[in-house]
Ligand binder design. Structure first.
Ligand code: GH3
Ligand code: MG
Ligand code: MG
Ligand code: MG
Length: 323
């Protein structure tokens, strides 16, 4: 055998991956030839948990349910098409990242090449060498764990970059980067867009009277109530210390006014728990509300108008909505 393996997408392992032996994986072996799968499963069971599934459709279903680190697929099944499984596994979101190790008879090389084209990660030719099978399985499982780990890290850093750590709402940067897009979409579709700035009244005195931690409790609970009052397509962010912005696509001034009023009441109507629930304090907010007025209006002007309305709400006595 001139070429014994082809590894696709193999990354240089990091320190954490080197420490990973690649053992203890969960493997789904797709094979319908008893003499074949009994031997393979016995070999693999020395280092991993192995399930055998003769039917590729069932196998895809199990793989999509998660928890397999590796699919080992025979390309010379008696009754089914293993290649189809490989291509389906590659196109489904839930199985896209599960590595596939193909097994084929040498005379099935055409199918094997097809398999490599559609994303099989590695292969073994029959007769299968025990040590080689274990080594290749470990390599794929290690790689899988490593890329999962990388993906989690990327996901986490993206989330951290756009999220306010205290309240879990979006941060100002995220809002500012999306507001212009939302405004353009609204203008292009001829739909209204509402924007409100919410500011907690006399928040400084909450800090002064009850401590900074109590102030933080109020901010967190405030965010919980905001989330309950808005729809999935609305964008809520912490704009500054105790100042928040909510952007509501496809919402006119009348409806936004009702949402704002409901939110104002949900804050003023139910005291906030502080000091680990041992004390409750009254909190109110003021809201400045506006809508996108014309096509191409600068979002800075929309924000400014909402801020002017907020200023009036404060000036007129707080705990109110002004548009
Ligand atoms: P007004 O009704 O006019 O809005 O009065 P205010 O006291 O709410 O407004 P002011 O802007 O004077 O005070 C805001 C305070 O919010 C000052 C700042 O120390 C506090 N603050 C900002 N960020 C945080 C935070 O993350 N946690 C806590 N506890 N306080 C914060
Ligand atoms: Mg203020
Ligand atoms: Mg305030
Ligand atoms: Mg403020």
């Amino acid at each position: 055998r001139a070429i014994t393996s082809l590894e696709i997408g193999m990354q240089a392992p990091e320190r954490s991956a080197v420490a990973d032996t690649g053992k203890g994986g969960r493997i789904l072996l797709v094979d319908d030839r008893e003499s074949s799968y009994e031997r393979l499963a016995t070999i693999l069971a020395a280092e991993h948990t192995v399930d055998v599934e003769p039917n590729p459709t069932e196998a895809l279903f199990h793989a999509a349910e998660g928890n397999y680190d590796l699919l080992i697929v025979s390309l010379d099944l008696n009754n089914f098409d293993g290649l189809r499984l490989c291509s389906q596994a590659r196109s489904l979101e839930r199985t896209r990242h599960v590595p596939i190790l193909a097994i084929a008879d040498p005379e099935n090389s055409t199918r094997l090449l097809r398999g490599l084209e559609i994303g099989v990660n590695d292969y073994l030719l029959r007769p299968i060498d025990k040590t080689e099978l274990l080594a290749r399985a470990r390599t794929q499982i290690r790689r899988r764990r490593y890329t999962d780990h990388l993906r989690d890290n990327v996901q986490n850093s993206i989330e951290m970059a756009i999220t306010d750590a205290l309240t879990g709402l979006h941060n100002r940067r995220y809002m500012e980067s999306h507001l212009a897009t939302l405004a353009e979409q609204a203008a292009a579709r001829g739909k209204p867009l509402a924007l409100m700035i919410l500011d907690i009244d006399f928040f400084k005195s909450i800090n002064d009277n009850y401590g900074h931690d109590a102030g933080d409790d109020v901010l967190r609970e405030f965010a919980v109530r905001v989330r309950k009052s808005i729809r999935g397509i609305d964008l809520a962010c912490r704009y500054g210390g105790e100042e928040f912005v909510i952007v509501m696509p496809e919402t006119d001034l009348h409806v936004a006014g009702m949402v704002a009023e409901r939110l104002r009441r949900s804050i003023a109507g139910e005291p906030f728990a502080i000091h680990k629930g041992t004390k409750r304090i009254e909190v109110t907010i003021s809201i400045g509300l506006t809508t996108l007025e014309q096509k191409g209006e600068a979002v800075a002007d929309v924000l400014k108008r909402a801020d002017t309305a907020l200023y009036r709400a404060k000036h007129d006595g707080r705990n109110r909505v002004v548009s």
